[in-house]
Ligand binder design. Sequence first.
Ligand code: GLP
Length: 238
Amino acid sequence: MRAQPALVLALPTGRTPIPFYRYLAAIHRKKRVDFSRVTTFNLDEFVGLAPSDPRSYRAYMQRHLFDHVNLSPRRIHFLNGIASDVEAECRRYERAIARAGGVDLMILGLGRNGHVGFNEPARFLMARTHLTRLAAATRQANRALFGSRVADVPRSALSIGIGTILGARRIVLMATGAGKSRCVERMVNGPVTPELPASFLQLHAAVDLWLDGAAARLLRGARRLPEVGAAAQSRCGR
Ligand code: GLP
């Protein structure tokens, strides 16, 4: 942000980025970063939840980041989970990303089943922003936002597509904890397959993985990774 004040960021939710958002808020408080010209797009939102619903991803972002930095509200972009015309909403989002000049830096989390955004493992993936059905494992993983009641977790969501992700100029994927290690290993060394949507990151030339030791534990010889796929350079686990 210091080098490029009008940065266009794409942002994830989940437990993993919470310390990152706390860090951004802290360096903003110390006046070391200015968000006033930054634009943000979030990756996804539950269908059926209004932005004001405390269980929505919009509310999550408000709590963890937006309330603590000087982002201009008109530069914050979100998918509307209660849009009456879902297809028009998805098209609107793609147009907004294009109008912003594309995403400079896409920050991703990693689902335990290998999803990115809400691009779930499937026989095929959607390139652009779309309506998606959530996997049972994903609804389980998101239950904390819903008072631990899985039955209350929406069955569908809106998500940017895998093409939208690969269209970003740079990508950072964050993963922490041993529960993600198998997925991390398959994402880096396995085949590119819609059964593990994160494996598509191997097709991008500028990806950084931010992993803790537990998530990186199956990446033996991380320094050799550029031979496997230039996209998959792990800076962790060394
Ligand atoms: C949700 C989000 C993803 C996120 C994933 C991982 O399903 N839609 O964007 O990456 O959770 O969550 P966590 O960081 O809590 O493991």
